[in-house]
Design a protein around this ligand. Structure first.
Ligand SMILES: [Zn+2]
Length: 231
């Protein structure tokens, strides 16, 4: 037992970093996410299918060019661990890594290759104060690195504290969120095809309300990319 513990201590001495997906020590040259996790992550491949689940989920709610999520969000999975570190353990660089990796894929696929700028879904101000960073902004920055498109931060803002969403049905959630997003300077987005990005696509109510605000403020088109898609 003692030897085992000694070896473990020794390992962590040489490899102080562990993978945010599986918690195993990272090998030499591995960063943030280990090779095994990269290999086994549940990729949706949604960018290849315009009629993917996420896109269908938003049909009839808001006019989007395309919707794609990088990974499936499964409970107690590597994805859940990764997102937990990303959102609650002060590891914003995880979003940049996932964004740059996904951006490499999206830049080669229509209509994502025609995007003019990237917009992160703004975080609720209370959450921003608590967390210290908007996770979607870091995902946006990563995508921006690969796609060579600007991030238009603060071009859409969250302007009022919305009530808790949990006890509302889908329409009530949407209605509650609709007045939440505002575009303070519409000329920044006028005529542009925007890539709206967020961490997880769940009910889609936030993305729907945010995309609606952008489109009614003069955006030419909106596409959506998220790190994960809830099942
Ligand atoms: Zn791992």
């Amino acid at each position: 037992m003692l030897i085992k513990r000694y070896l473990k201590d020794l390992t962590s001495l040489f490899f102080p970093q562990t993978c945010v997906g599986c918690d195993k020590p990272l090998a030499y040259r591995e960063q943030i996410i280990c090779t095994d996790c990269w290999y086994h992550l549940p990729y949706t491949h949604a960018h290849k299918d315009p009629h993917n689940e996420g896109a269908r989920q938003l049909w009839g709610r808001v006019q989007l060019e395309a919707v794609a999520s990088y990974l499936y969000f499964l409970d107690s999975s590597r994805v859940q661990n990764i997102l937990h570190h990303f959102k609650y353990r002060n590891r914003p660089e995880i979003g940049t890594l996932l964004g740059s990796t996904y951006g490499e894929i999206l830049r080669a696929v229509e209509p994502f290759d025609q995007v003019d700028a990237i917009i992160p879904v703004p975080l609720h101000p209370a959450k921003l104060r608590k967390r210290g960073y908007n996770q979607s902004t870091f995902f946006a920055k990563g995508i921006s690195l690969s796609m060579q498109k600007r991030v238009l931060e603060d071009s859409v803002i969250r302007n009022k504290a919305s009530e808790s969403q949990t006890k509302k049905n889908r329409y009530e959630r949407y209605e509650n969120l609709l007045g939440t997003f505002a575009v303070p300077n519409p000329s920044l987005i006028a005529g542009k095809h925007l890539l709206l990005v967020d961490d997880v696509l769940t009910t889609g109510a936030t993305l729907e309300a945010c995309a609606t605000a952008l489109l009614t403020s003069g955006a030419q088109a909106v596409s959506v990319a998220t790190i994960a898609k809830a099942l």
